[in-house]
Ligand binder design. Structure first.
Ligand SMILES: *Cc1c(COP(=O)(O)O)cnc(C)c1O
Length: 374
């Protein structure tokens, strides 16, 4: 049986031609040309006023939090089930991530749990759109307004998703994206920060250039310490090409997801990524959650699929269960969910037949564990 990898980017002659052009011509006075174009086109795509290309989404999160004024001793509220990259930059600033439980259906932060976690140290609510699913951004923004907090929307996994008519990443005071090789769109490594807030953007620009304030006309003079998280022109060239193809990329993910839905439709006791009527899901990672009653351990399914030459990956752990954070076992949904959920292959080269085969393997596994052997 041929191997089915979990993810792989889609690279065409367009990406190659832009990258070759950047290598040949993207120097001297052209050294920012693709970066400027990528930032402009990306802002237009998300419907945002300002954008900054970065070397990673982790860097964009660090810049965003610093621009929002997060400092030592502050708190940032986020959902417990998440990738470490959303939480780590909080600690770079000496602040503390406060983990609240996630919703059973979208696996994103539970808005009803946010207010109880707000203290006088809270500065930001960090809402992550997990696996393409959308956080309840309207409720989150309303809570933040009421308590005078910033919202940072981490849409690294939700490029192309839409919440109530607005693109993922455009709901928060700042939105961030990732172009790591496993994401929907890639530049190898890379990220993007978007915002409509001119004052925040000015802070982001200064902090992203080692604290250099463009309004201060004094070469090599810094009034404060900043960071450097720039994207290269070469990476931006690839980004321009991928962005031209973004609808095609998202549509392929949606096709793959729909094939999973079709071939798993009659398998009882499972759910896949939700798509409420007021959202469009880019389905970055097709994810299957087994009902508690089935008593299926996700890691055993992963092992079984591996024997069939099919790659899959575990759901994220609750971040509060990792050794560097305080346990938050009161987050009941998070602490139960991850054990019975896994991500399925979604790479761009997959065909309907491949997905049918993955679904057949899942079905065989489920039937095997459900039928008692005498
Ligand atoms: C991938 C990812 C990041 C980090 O992106 P990098 O570009 O690898 O730094 C941050 N947040 C989420 C939700 C991610 O999935």
């Amino acid at each position: 049986m041929k191997k089915i990898p979990i993810y792989q980017p889609s690279v065409t002659e367009l990406e190659i031609s832009y990258a070759v052009d950047a290598v040949k011509n993207g120097w001297g006075e052209n050294c920012y040309a693709y970066i400027k174009r990528f930032e402009k086109d990306f802002a237009a795509y998300t419907g945002s006023s300002y954008s900054l290309a970065t070397s990673s989404c982790t860097g964009a999160i660090h810049l965003a939090l610093a621009a929002m004024g997060v400092k030592a001793g502050d708190e940032v509220i986020m959902g417990d089930i998440n990738w470490i990259a959303s939480a780590a930059p909080i600690t770079y600033l000496g602040a503390k991530p406060v983990f609240v439980d996630v919703l059973e259906d979208s696996w994103c932060i539970d808005p009803s749990k946010i207010e109880a976690a707000i203290t006088e140290k809270t500065k930001v609510i960090l809402a992550v759109d997990l696996y393409g699913n959308l956080a309840e951004m309207d409720q989150i923004v309303a809570i933040a307004k009421k308590h005078n907090l910033y919202v940072l929307e981490d849409a690294a996994e939700a490029l192309g998703s839409v919440f109530r008519g607005k693109k993922a990443g455009s709901w928060g005071d700042i939105g961030v994206f990732s172009f790591h090789g496993a994401k929907i769109m890639t530049t190898g490594e890379g990220g993007m920060l978007v915002t409509d807030n001119a004052a925040l953007m000015e802070r982001v620009r200064i902090l992203s250039d080692h604290g250099r304030d463009p309004k201060v006309n004094r070469t090599f003079w810094m009034a404060e310490l900043g960071y450097k998280y720039k994207m290269s022109n070469l990476q931006a060239a690839m980004g321009c090409a991928q962005l031209e193809r973004v609808d095609e990329l998202v549509n392929k993910r949606r096709d793959i997801f729909n094939w999973y839905t079709e071939y798993l439709a009659d398998l009882p006791g499972i759910v896949l990524n939700p798509e409420p009527s007021y959202t469009i899901n880019c389905y970055w990672m097709p994810t299957i959650v087994f009902d508690k009653a089935l008593n299926i351990e996700a890691h055993e399914v992963i092992n079984y699929l591996k024997e069939q030459n099919i790659d899959s990956r575990p759901f994220f752990y609750p971040l509060s269960s990792l050794p560097m954070f305080e346990k938050a076992e009161e987050n009941k949904v998070s602490y139960n969910l991850y054990k019975r959920a896994l991500n399925l292959p979604s790479n761009f080269s997959l065909t309907r037949e491949d997905i049918k085969q993955v679904c057949q393997a899942i079905r065989t596994y489920v039937n095997k564990v459900l039928v008692p052997v005498n």
